[in-house]
Design a protein around this ligand. Sequence first.
Ligand SMILES: Nc1ncnc2c1ncn2[C@@H]1O[C@H](COP(=O)(O)OP(=O)(O)O)[C@@H](O)[C@H]1O
Ligand SMILES: [Mg+2]
Length: 240
Amino acid sequence: MDKILIEIRDLTKVYKKGKETVYALREVSLDIIEGEYLSIMGPSGSGKSTLFNMVGALDIPSGGHVSVAGIRISELSSRKLAYFRGNHIGYVFQSYNLIYAYSALENVALPLIFSGMDHESAREQAKATLESVGLGHRITHRPDELSGGQQQRVAIARALANKPAIILADEPTANLDLQTGEDIINLLRDLCKERGVTVISATHDHKMLSVSDRILWIKDGRVDKIQSAKEADVHVGSIE
Ligand SMILES: Nc1ncnc2c1ncn2[C@@H]1O[C@H](COP(=O)(O)OP(=O)(O)O)[C@@H](O)[C@H]1O
Ligand SMILES: [Mg+2]
């Protein structure tokens, strides 16, 4: 039986900018299944990052709620929220967000140390995680000594190091060339299929379609449609 891991109900986000009111999300409802690869597709400004931030507990909804494993994340205390972010979710961003003064190993070990692990164990776990994403030979390199694709692998290793149940990726391939982008997408797919990590990725990279189990298309902050990968292939084929 498919198990629902994340329940999104009537999720609304309103931004007020002076007199202007922007509805970034309007009553979005969706169930995300444990172990699936879900892509959130839509044009720029459609609300993908806003949805990403709400699911990742990085921002607070104006209405509705997100529950993860039955827990409403907006009702958690700040201490529990910090634990939730640090232990259950791994975040991957378009711009990698690595610390440039630190080596790949230190970048991956740091959040482990923050979450209470001793230095030696953190370094060991960081090394093993970097090896698992194919970067075992680059652990002492700093980000400026790595290619974009390698930097994104470090960021993915950092997201994975705490063994989170969920990886949230916001446009993870946007700064990468075609081939490197594909490698990163395949890595995310392997994490999903081989380790059972639930992957949720906001993107407008159509290479992501074929590896996704489902695609959520959003338009002007609303759910436009939800498709299986098979349906999406037909759709893309017919418009291109
Ligand atoms: N902090 C903010 N303040 C005001 N408006 C915002 C803010 N963040 C996003 N928006 C607006 O919300 C809408 C959705 O943005 P976003 O979720 O970033 O879209 P996407 O990630 O799909 O490009 C856009 O119209 C954007 O301008
Ligand atoms: Mg965005």
